[in-house]
Design a protein around this ligand. Structure first.
Ligand SMILES: Cc1cc2nc3c(=O)[nH]c(=O)nc-3n(C[C@H](O)[C@H](O)[C@H](O)COP(=O)(O)O)c2cc1C
Length: 191
């Protein structure tokens, strides 16, 4: 079954590094035959939350929110690409996700984290998983953590680390798990 997967990245920082990893995730999911789109807060003029999409009267939401609604609503799964800012999620990521709710329901999410440190942002996983569960997109157990993101990925979104082969195998296991849940829940939603 063809799957649409939204890859949601959440840094608006000057000189941001995680965009390389976000592109890698999008590229690898696309190479597996998925329709993977990248949602990047720098490409969307979305302000700090004043109204959620649902708070606008039908047809009166700003065009950017309307487009985002359509992309998220037509997605079968969500991959969150999160930095670790003081062991928590970046504000732009929380802001994007908080603008929507019904679009996520009964669809799986997957956590991917990164940092410039050896820990790969692993400490943000727990608060992020709790957040995603509350949003209605249950997180799958499989995760990807990317340490030294500034060195291990290039601007084209290619992994250039020495352990590339091993990490690619890990990505296949991660993707297979996400696709399983996405297909199962898509079938259930369509019934
Ligand atoms: C506000 C802030 C807090 C940070 N906190 C952490 C942290 O808790 N753990 C960590 O490993 N790196 C931390 N870092 C370093 C980030 O891993 C690094 O800046 C990374 O490139 C951030 O992602 P971005 O470039 O996509 O914004 C922090 C960076 C910032 C700007």
């Amino acid at each position: 079954m063809s799957l649409k997967i939204s890859v949601i990245y959440g840094s608006t920082r000057d000189g941001r590094q995680g965009i390389k990893f976000a592109k890698y995730i999008q590229n690898e999911l696309s190479n597996r035959g998925n329709n993977a789109i990248l949602i990047d807060p720098m490409n969307i003029s979305i302000e700090t939350l004043t109204k959620r999409y649902i708070d606008y009267n039908k047809g009166s939401a700003p065009i950017e929110l309307e487009k985002m609604h359509q992309e998220l609503d037509s997605s079968d799964a969500f991959v969150i690409v999160s930095a670790e800012y003081n062991h928590f999620m970046p504000p732009a990521l929380i802001n994007i996700l908080d603008h929507f709710y019904s679009e996520y329901q009964r669809k799986p999410s997957a956590v991917t984290t990164y940092s410039v440190s050896p820990f790969g942002g692993v400490r943000v996983s727990s608060p992020l998983k709790a957040f995603l569960a509350q949003l209605g997109m249950p997180p799958i157990p499989a995760m990807i953590h990317a340490p030294f993101v500034n060195k291990n990925f290039n601007d084209a979104g290619e992994r250039i680390s020495e352990d590339k082969e091993e990490r690619n195998k890990e990505f296949i296991r991660f993707s297979e798990e996400l696709e399983w849940y996405a297909n199962a829940l898509k079938t259930a939603r369509n019934k």
